[in-house]
Design a protein around this ligand. Structure first.
Ligand SMILES: [Zn+2]
Ligand SMILES: [Zn+2]
Length: 254
């Protein structure tokens, strides 16, 4: 499984891009940063998009991706997520007001965009991967994912505050090679983190104790850029050698 980090922050500023992972060149996990990070050729190669939730920083570039590839593809761009997430994306973004409804706009005889709800409780094959999900703890309906190919898996938290479901699923992911976990705010903003459904470094520490897998590398993302130095200092103080803070541009081969 080849994973390229296109964006790893919880907001945008010069040099800081919102959350997106490109997996094996054809699957996008969240769509916070696509159009500015990939060539048109690379954008056309994306067949599937998996969304954790419908907050803008995770789906904004879906608007530009589908627009860019509209006339270049012969099949719909497939977007996968739990049904409540897709419903929000359809009603509030692709609604013919904010942006065209690309699920109805034809491109070469088929719609440009296809929204496909993930079934509850069973794995779904997407882009050659087996995808399992659980609902995590955010202010809107949000999913965390276990992506598996053969005996190799990665866990992706999406945006979440304290969660048990993610770690229960994570312990059950066969051959888990890495867990991508959000950390958005410094400890002094714990109240804001809790109110907005996010983790601080202290919160992360508690979550990793629940996870209990000392052998799994932890990739940290979704830091708010304005607090980055504080967050990095607090993460460093945890003294946990599993942690790697993602800056964008990293490539992993699992
Ligand atoms: Zn977010
Ligand atoms: Zn969010």
């Amino acid at each position: 499984m080849r994973i390229r980090v296109l964006g790893s922050y919880g907001s945008r500023a010069p040099g800081y891009h919102t959350s997106s992972l490109l997996i094996n060149g054809t699957l996008l996990l969240d769509a916070g940063t696509v159009a500015a990070a990939l060539s048109l050729e690379e954008q056309v190669a994306i067949d599937d998009v998996l969304l954790t939730h419908a907050h803008l920083d995770h789906m904004v570039d879906l608007a530009f991706l589908v627009d860019n590839v509209l006339t270049l593809r012969s099949s719909p761009l497939r977007v996968w997520a739990p049904a409540p997430v897709l419903d929000t994306v359809h009603r509030h973004l692709f609604n013919n007001l904010v942006w065209p409804d690309f699920t109805r706009l034809p491109a070469g005889g088929s719609p440009a965009l296809e929204l496909i709800p993930l079934p509850d409780g069973s794995a779904t094959e997407i882009a050659g991967l087996s995808v399992r999900w659980v609902q995590v703890n955010h202010t809107v309906y949000a999913a965390g994912y276990c992506l598996s190919r053969g005996a190799t898996s990665v866990l992706f938290s999406g945006d979440t505050a304290a969660t048990d479901s993610l770690w229960t699923m994570g312990r059950d992911c066969a051959g888990l090679k890495a867990a991508f976990v959000e950390t958005s705010f410094p400890d002094r903003l714990e109240a804001l983190a809790a109110a907005s459904g996010h983790l601080t470094p202290s919160g992360l520490r508690g979550e990793l104790l629940k996870f209990g897998r000392a052998d799994v590398p932890i990739k940290i993302f979704h830091m708010k850029p304005q607090f980055l130095e504080e967050i990095l200092g607090e993460l460093d103080a945890l003294g946990d050698t599993r942690l790697q803070v993602l800056q964008g541009g990293e490539e992993f081969l699992f």
